[in-house]
Design a protein around this ligand. Structure first.
Ligand SMILES: [Zn+2]
Length: 339
């Protein structure tokens, strides 16, 4: 089969790869209905960290089960399934309290920008839909695998409450879906921080009530202006840089909640600042598996349409253009069609 492989900085290629197969009895192999490029794929694409060996890319996936190992009980060939980018057993003490992305058996799922994918721990990782969904729902269902699940976790971890004030730092796909999630959770006021017109438009469509274009100290000052001088109840940090973390902490009111879901790169926090901020911090890789059943129902019932973040659709063999367009911020997120 032909799948995406990263060879070095800004060098992603479609090339022949071994067909995935059942390695352990708990595995499944699925035929990918649609895949996509993640904001976090851009870090190694940009050489941070540098690529040391050819790496199969992609960790967001949904599709039809092709084959299962002898120990798999909850999914069967022919079913449409969605899973998280971290495989989990869903039964260990950590999974039981809802942190499947820290499962004691967790394993990264990789190589999803391809026609077929091996998923470890299939019973604990994959969630099947009742029926095969219609084509038009595939983009939204695909987002649940990571980007929407991460936006949802960002809103949940920042304790978004009905009527509350929310600020979202970052206008990538995760930040935009953090806006959608906050809206779905009943936030009263949602402030999106964005300088890009097309992203501001989508943020408003997803439920943003205010847009702040300033960054750094000026951005913080604008959030304070909009919140009676105290800061937002909930702040979602969806970037992962030192500057965005600072901006998020300072935009949160004393006693408020800040979540951080952008993979940190060079972030250092000062203990003294944290001590006096009185801010609750909660973040990490999103436990997507916890939210999958609820999010699948919201999509199938037409209550949310997170698939709108895909503003570029390409056949899988043009994956390099998908990375380029996102790297240059010409596209918010690229959908890849294997067939
Ligand atoms: Zn577990």
């Amino acid at each position: 089969m032909r799948g995406a492989v990263l060879h070095g900085t800004r060098d992603v290629r479609i090339e022949e790869r071994a067909r995935p197969k059942i390695v352990r009895p708990t595995d499944a192999v699925i035929r990918i209905s649609a895949a996509c490029v993640c904001g976090s794929d851009l870090w190694p694409y940009r050489g941070n960290p540098p690529i040391t060996q050819p790496t199969p890319m992609g960790h967001e996936y949904c599709g039809i089960v092709e084959e299962v190992g002898s120990a798999v009980k909850s999914v069967k060939p022919g079913q449409f399934v969605i899973g998280s980018f971290f495989a989990s057993d869903n039964v260990c003490p950590t999974c039981q309290i809802g942190y499947q992305s820290s499962c004691r058996q967790r394993e990264l799922v990789g190589g999803a920008q391809a026609p077929l994918l091996r998923v470890p721990l299939a019973d604990g990782t994959l969630v099947a839909t009742r029926d095969i969904p219609s084509e038009d729902l595939i983009p939204s269902l695909l987002t649940l695998s990571d980007v929407m699940g991460t936006g949802w976790f960002a809103a949940d971890a920042a304790n978004v409450r009905p009527g509350g004030t929310v600020a979202v730092v970052g206008d990538g796909a995760v930040g935009l879906l953090g806006v959608l999630s906050a809206k779905q959770m009943g936030a009263g006021r949602i402030i999106a921080m964005s300088r890009h017109e097309s992203r501001q438009k989508l943020a408003r469509e997803f439920g943003a009530t205010d847009i702040v274009t300033e960054r750094g100290d000026e951005g913080v000052a604008r959030i304070k202006d909009l919140t009676d001088g105290i800061g937002a109840d909930s702040v979602l940090e969806c970037v992962g840089t030192g500057e965005s973390m600072q901006q998020a902490i300072q935009s949160t009111r004393p006693g408020g909640f800040m979540s951080y879901v952008g993979v940190p790169h060079g972030v250092e926090l000062k203990g003294e600042q944290l001590f006096y901020s009185h801010v609750h911090l909660h973040g990490g890789p999103a436990p997507v598996r916890r939210y999958l059943p609820e999010m699948i129902d919201l999509v199938l019932d037409g209550k949310i349409n997170p698939g709108k973040v895909f503003d570029l659709v390409l056949p899988l063999n043009q994956v390099a253009e998908g990375y380029r367009a996102m790297d240059e911020r010409r596209a918010i997120k690229a959908l890849l069609c294997p067939q």
